[in-house]
Ligand binder design. Structure first.
Ligand code: PLP
Length: 494
């Protein structure tokens, strides 16, 4: 297996190099040169558990890692940090399946990949003779930051520094971050919004002089962002695992095609589903669900990607995004790996036009996907509807997916078995979930609302947020947005 950039400098590198580097020097994303195929019968896979499937898939993509390295990483990632022993429980309600990817420590699906990435990254560094300490820098609007902190906490030879907008995250998300333990974790609130944090981090990444200062003190930067191929590959696992699970339960026959509905923001999760399909997993449609920031559903329906529109703050904030970075990897595939075209389209998006248009031939290749969106009202109504019908509580992101599935089914009458990919625990977005369930506007504090939601629905409060309000606050740094570099230097003592 080799990896190369979507923007086509002719460099072919190993997966370890791609994971360590994060982003290609030409600013493209690393992609596999060809897709590995699933080469054992599904009927032989039914005895596999989550970790076995993880090993099978990771070995296909990361074949420069030894069996021991991969097994060690998998053991360390998918242990009792996850409250569900299956790691990713598949729950059936009214003929639809929900794949619960939120039983890790941060209560969102980012844990699926970020619990293993630190191990892959440190092993890659060792393999490549990189002996500097790895510094993970992340800007977060809430979910990625906490998952990166949890993933990297106390991982040898790493430091993790997370910047979040002081007034731009939910109280639960903020508390999750500032109470983070670990001898190598650093959390900084910046006086600015998420874009300021993201811009600051990119500036630090691209500052050669700063990189030199870092190197002189034996530090090197890397990325825990979903542009890293080391986050994408572990996400392929749960698509295959789900298929095997359905087979095991006798819900489908081997070879039967199923749908996945994915609440989508940066296009990382659903792209992993597409990779699974390219490996031979029998997937019918990948249903891409957006909130009112519906750039992606417009794109899938028209072939035009256009970010000339307002950025809307919604009740599914982890999907509030206009530039979905991982779409570049899909464009690369549907253009038959036309690197020059990718360069052109990406520069159109980044420059004045802020949009691009794909060719007819590429549009045809989008038939694996269906795109739709739901607004906030529809989202809250869906939470109530699902609960009333089946006593099952879903969060706002999952509700967006459910609503879009209803539209899809009405439009197509497709009866294929369908899995809703559930990306967050209802407790991560307690207020919106309660508001939806009870058709009210709750104004209690977040921790009271957690208790209320539990009382109303009987839903078990996940361990990681149980006593969150009582945990000591360990991180106090706050800075101006232009001080981020100085703060990093200070933290690293360089
Ligand atoms: C990150 C996130 C998403 C979006 O996933 P992408 O891979 O960015 O498309 C959806 N839901 C939740 C809860 C998330 O944290």
């Amino acid at each position: 297996m080799k990896y190369k950039s979507t923007r086509g400098n002719d460099e072919y590198i190993t997966s370890a190099e791609a994971i360590l580097q994060g982003l290609s020097k030409d600013r493209g994303l690393f992609v596999p040169v060809e897709f590995p195929v699933i080469d054992i019968d599904f009927s032989e896979m039914v005895s596999m558990d989550y970790k076995d499937v993880a090993f099978y898939i990771l070995k296909k993509f990361l074949d420069d890692f030894s069996d021991e390295e991969l097994k060690d990483a998998i053991e360390k990632a998918y242990d009792d940090k996850f409250e569900a022993k299956e790691i990713a429980p598949l729950v059936e309600r009214e003929g639809v399946y929900f794949l619960e990817l939120y039983h890790g420590k941060t209560l969102a699906f980012k844990d699926m990949a970020l619990s293993i990435l630190p191990h892959l990254l440190t092993k890659a560094a060792k393999k490549l003779g990189e002996d500097k300490k790895i510094v993970i820098l992340a800007a977060t609007s809430g979910d990625t930051g906490k998952a990166a902190l949890e993933g990297f906490a106390n991982v040898k030879d790493t430091e993790v520094i997370v910047f979040y907008p002081a007034n731009g995250v939910s109280e639960i998300q903020r508390r999750q971050m500032i109470t983070q333990d670990g001898n190598n974790t650093h959390v900084v609130a910046i006086k600015g919004n998420f874009d300021d944090a993201q811009r600051g981090v990119k500036e630090i990444f691209n500052d050669d002089k700063f990189a030199k200062r870092m190197a002189d003190s034996d530090y090197v930067f890397s990325s825990a962002n979903s542009i890293n191929i080391g986050r994408l590959v572990p996400q392929v696992v749960y698509y295959v695992y789900t298929y095997i699970e359905l087979l095991k339960r006798g819900e489908i026959k081997a070879g039967e095609r199923i749908n996945f509905v994915v609440p989508t923001g940066n296009f990382g999760n659903i792209l992993a589903g597409y990779y699974a399909k390219r490996m031979g997993l029998p997937i019918n449609k990948l249903i891409c669900a957006s909130n009112e920031n519906n750039v992606l559903s417009d794109f899938l329906n028209t072939g035009i990607y256009d970010i000339n529109r307002d950025f809307i703050l919604t009740k599914s904030p982890s999907m509030d995004i206009l530039i979905s970075s991982n779409l570049e990897r899909l464009l690369y595939e549907i253009s038959d790996q036309d690197e020059e075209l990718i360069r052109t389209m990406m520069s159109q998006l980044e420059n004045e036009e802020k949009k691009y248009n794909i060719k007819e031939s590429m549009k045809k290749n989008l038939s694996d996907f269906y795109g739709g969106f739901a607004n906030d009202d529809e989202t809250l109504i869906t939470i109530k509807k699902v609960y009333d019908a089946s006593n099952y509580v879903i969060d706002t992101h999952t509700a967006v997916a459910y609503k879009v599935y209803e539209q899809y089914k009405e439009e197509t009458n497709d009866e294929s078995k369908t899995v809703i990919v559930s990306t967050a625990s209802p407790y991560k977005f307690t207020k919106s979930v309660l508001d939806g369930l009870m058709d009210k506007n709750y104004e209690e504090n977040e921790f009271e609302m957690i208790k209320l939601l539990s009382k109303l629905t009987g839903l078990h409060i996940p361990e990681p947020i149980k006593d969150l309000d009582k945990k000591p606050i360990l991180h106090h740094i706050e800075c101006e947005k232009q001080e981020m570099k100085a703060v990093v230097a200070d933290i690293l003592n360089i």
